[in-house]
Write a protein that binds this ligand. Structure first.
Ligand SMILES: [Zn+2]
Length: 305
């Protein structure tokens, strides 16, 4: 009887993945960062994400479970640039000793008001980071910087895994290079006269700068404040004047505003773009790469021909 138990125990231990006890606990503030960490960390890390698929990272109310996740973390990966306004209080109240990794380190932030892309006046997100636009991940070149920062932080936290992290990051960065090339190629085929579109909130500034498609949004870089009647009226005038062909829904915002603008102007609804969140596994954008591919397919589908 005793021998049977021993054999069973040995069998169970052999079934456990290597380093199961020593996995690095990493918390990512939202789903896109969680995906980057998963790609670089592989099975050396345990990943928890605070704002999951479909959630709005701009306006999030952390739960007690989130506080527990943060308290247990070795690394806390955040976007920065004013995106996670709710995070400092969560970290403080959790008593976490986690190393905070700012994934946008080294990226030149785009000014939220640059080229006056959205029609709105003030922003709700003026505190702390001034007028920085936090959506840097929407340019694939910037995503590579995120990945490099995450790789370096994992190596610092878990030096024994350096070779694994370098290999994983290298393979993923190669995929991002291919993605960037594909998006550039696809975007270049959109006719000049159709390179202006409407999105709900101003989340595509980095995408616009990288791939030369102009985005106009009634809502600013945060979803905290709603678009004003004046902002919406300005957008409607602009759609008519510039003959903007399509407006796009977003997974993190209420579709009704865009439906109203479409009905009033005749600009068609081109589909849903994923700006700030991935989808669950069975959705259109369960990973960052899927998200970018979905977005460019949706854009070219609505703007070509
Ligand atoms: Zn956003």
């Amino acid at each position: 009887m005793f021998r049977v138990v021993l054999i069973l125990a040995a069998g169970l231990a052999a079934m456990l993945p290597a380093h199961a006890q020593e996995r690095v606990r990493v918390v990512a503030s939202f789903s896109i960062l969680g995906d980057f960490v998963r790609n670089v960390g592989g099975d050396r890390v345990d990943i928890a994400t605070l704002v999951g698929p479909g959630g709005d990272v701009h306006v999030y109310t952390p739960s007690p479970i989130d506080a527990k996740k943060v308290a247990d973390a070795r690394l806390l990966v955040v976007n920065g640039l004013g995106l996670e306004g709710w995070l400092p209080r969560l970290v403080q109240s959790s008593g976490s000793k986690a190393t905070v990794v700012t994934a946008t380190k080294g990226i030149t932030p785009r000014d939220a008001d640059e080229d006056d892309a959205h029609a709105g006046g003030g922003h709700a997100h003026d505190h702390g980071d001034g007028h920085a636009d936090p959506h840097a991940w929407q340019s694939v070149a910037n995503a590579k910087t995120y990945v490099g920062n995450i790789r370096d932080a994992l190596i610092a936290a878990d030096p024994a895994g350096e070779a694994t992290y370098r290999a994983n990051a290298g393979a993923y960065l190669a995929k991002l290079d291919a993605l960037d090339r594909d998006v550039r190629e696809a975007a270049a085929k959109i006719p000049e006269s159709k390179r202006k579109v409407i999105s709900t909130h101003d989340a595509f500034g980095y995408f616009a700068a990288a791939y030369r498609i102009v985005f106009i949004a009634p809502q600013g870089v945060s979803t905290e404040s709603e678009a004003s009647a004046r902002d919406v009226a300005k957008i409607i005038t602009q759609i008519r004047k510039d003959k903007v062909p399509a407006v796009f829904l977003e997974n993190v915002t209420d579709p009704r505003l865009m439906q109203r603008i479409s009905a009033e102007t005749g600009a068609k609804i081109g589909g849903t773009l994923y700006s700030d969140s991935l989808t669950p596994e069975n959705g259109d954008a369960p990973t960052y790469i899927d998200m970018v591919r979905h977005n460019i397919r949706t854009l070219t589908g609505a703007l070509s021909g």
